[in-house]
Every structure is written in C-alpha cells, then in structure tokens.
Write a protein that binds this ligand. Structure first.
Ligand SMILES: NC(=O)c1ccc[n+]([C@@H]2O[C@H](COP(=O)([O-])OP(=O)(O)OC[C@H]3O[C@@H](n4cnc5c(N)ncnc54)[C@H](O)[C@@H]3O)[C@@H](O)[C@H]2O)c1
Length: 299
C-alpha cells in the first residue's frame, strides 16, 4: 500500500518510516527532510491546498505531524488542530482509504486524577494542557469525519515512545547491550513509564492499524500494559513489590538484582483492546524479560 507518513522527520517518524517501508511503499510528509532515503514531500499541514496536493494517490495516511511544545496556544491549534482537520479533509477529497492518527493518552488524561484504574479507552477525557486538548480535538475530528462522511479513521492513543538502548531491528533483546534497568523499569512505572521501548513495537502497532480490514473507526491505547486489577490500586501505592509478586513471582528479587527501586505505582494502562482487536501487543511482557534474564545468566 502507498502510505503517507506525516511527521516522518520527528522522533517517532524517523524510527517508524524505514521499518514500515519493509512492508509498504512509504512517502514522508514533513516541513523538514528526514535523514533517510524515503520519498519525501515538503509540506506544512496548516496549509490546506498543499495538504490536498500532497495526499493525492495515497492509500493510507499515518498522521504523526504535530507540535509537542509551542510558545503559544495558537501555534498548537494551527498545527495539531487545523493541520489534522486539513489532513482529514484532504483524505476525504482524494479517496484515501484510512487515516491512522497518532494521538496521546494525554488527550484523555495525564493519569494522576482519574475516576478509575486501570486507564482504558473509556476513561473520561479531561485534557490538562494545550498540547493535550489539541490532540483530543484531533481525535474528535477523526470521529466526526467517520460518523458524517464514513472516512475510516483509527486513533492510536500512544502512551509514548522513548527508545531504550539494546534492541535488534526485529525487536529482540540484545543481552550484551540492553539497558535492563531502564527497560524493565518501564513496566513498573519508572522513567518514561509505560512508553514503547523500541522501533519494532512502534512499527508493529502502526502496521496493525494500517492493515486491519474490519474496523471502521476506533481508539486504542498503545503502550506497555500491566495485568494489575482495580483492587490492586492501594497496594500498588503502598506496597508495590507485594502486588508485583502476585503477578510476577520473583519480581522483588529480580528488581533488586538489576538495581531498580520500584516506585509507588499510581496509575497504569489497560492495553487489552489493542491486543484483542488489532492483534498488537509489545514483543516482550515483564515475565518474558525476567525469564530471558535468568536463562541468559545461567549460560
Ligand atoms: N513522543 C512521544 O512519546 C509521544 C507520545 C504520545 C503521542 N505522540 C504523538 O506522536 C506524534 C509524533 O511525535 P514525536 O515525538 O515524533 O514529535 P516530534 O516533534 O519529534 O515530531 C513531529 C514532526 O512533525 C513535524 N511538523 C511539525 N509541524 C509541522 C507542520 N506544520 N507541517 C508538517 N510537519 C510538521 C516536525 O517537523 C517533526 O518532524 C505526534 O503526533 C505526537 O502527538 C508522541
């Protein structure tokens, strides 16, 4: 399929583009050129005529272009809101089959004051900043273009992406290189908690959304999930290791051994919907990491 990857020169797009090109014909749209050989079109998404031109002959748009930080609210609105609206309008005009929108869990909430746990796709949306609300508006536009015009739109609410050193291009752990405290800690709320850790997982999530043929419109949380239940919330705040032991026997010893102090876990995400309907989950869950770690140690 011909895929237009907007924001292909950004942090996610630079890692996603080349891997996605293993499966599809990828063209990058951005205001700056990425340092790779992918076909490139220079285009500012806040300019509707340019967007209409750049989206001709495309099957699917994966829409990542956005401002993550800005000096003024208007800048956020111009790119994240108006830009996303331009992408959707152009997709409709040009007969694009689907738009996969890179949203953020922050479109709903930053997690610290939520009415229930774990956070899932139904959590009430109460954005807490201009970036957050403009990502939420992008989601609303996706839903509107689907409901009113039948445009196929998929929303990936990313917990985020912050790569960890030490993965192969197939997403396998390179045990002589992996930053294990950083990687394993992600599953229990340390550092950029719950964010995807490698380009393989990021690519598989977008690939699954692009290639799905059943879903017309939906929203999916994409990140490192956790098996904890609602009733674990107090324990995860007060005695996280005791709760971890319940789900991952040996976790206390494992985290001690790799030098990670497990913090109080105040929120976490339910990522089961993406697994069930898109067939996507990150290549490794915490139990796989622990298992491979001990197998490797014995060698
Ligand atoms: N980084 C994360 O952890 C994270 C978390 C949740 C969601 N997301 C979403 O993923 C997407 C990519 O994020 P990122 O971290 O790669 O951001 P980034 O800032 O690194 O990249 C964004 C890209 O968009 C381009 N861009 C900005 N304004 C543009 C315009 N007017 N026209 C065309 N291109 C423009 C930039 O040049 C840049 O290459 C964003 O939509 C973001 O909201 C990211």
């Amino acid at each position: 399929m011909k895929i237009l990857l907007t924001g292909g020169a950004g942090d996610l797009g630079r890692d996603l583009g080349p891997l996605l090109a293993r499966y599809h014909d990828v063209k990058v749209l951005d205001i700056k050129k990425p340092d790779n050989d992918l076909e490139f079109v220079s285009c500012d998404i806040s300019k509707s005529e340019d967007v209409e031109q750049a989206t001709k002959g495309v099957d699917v748009i994966t829409h990542l272009a956005a401002l993550i930080s800005a000096d003024t609210s208007t800048q956020f609105i111009d790119v994240n809101t108006k830009g996303t609206c331009n992408i959707l309008e152009a997709a409709l005009k040009n007969g694009v089959k689907k738009v996969v929108y890179a949203s953020s869990v922050w479109a709903a909430s930053r997690g610290l004051s939520v009415p229930y746990l774990p956070i899932d796709e139904n959590i009430p949306c109460q954005p807490e900043g201009m970036y957050d609300i403009t990502k939420r508006m992008g989601e609303e536009f996706c839903e509107y273009f689907y409901r009113m015009y039948g445009l196929n739109t998929m929303i990936l609410r990313l917990c985020g992406y912050y790569p960890v050193e030490g993965f192969s291009s197939e997403g396998d752990i390179l045990w002589d290189k992996i930053d294990l405290p950083e990687f394993a800690g992600r599953f229990v709320g340390t550092g950029p908690a719950f964010k995807l850790t490698n380009a393989w997982d990021l690519t598989q999530a977008f690939k699954a959304a692009i290639e799905d043929e059943k879903i017309q419109h939906d929203v999916f949380i994409i990140g490192l999930g956790a098996p904890f239940m609602r009733e674990d919330a107090e324990g995860l705040k007060n005695m996280p290791l005791a709760v971890l032991e319940k789900y991952y026997p040996g976790a206390s010893e494992f985290f001690k051994e790799i030098g990670v102090d497990v913090p109080e876990i105040r929120f976490w995400y339910n990522t089961e919907k993406a697994k069930k309907h898109l067939g996507f989950s990150p290549k490794f869950a915490l139990q796989d990491v622990m298992k491979q770690y001990y197998e490797n140690k014995e060698k």
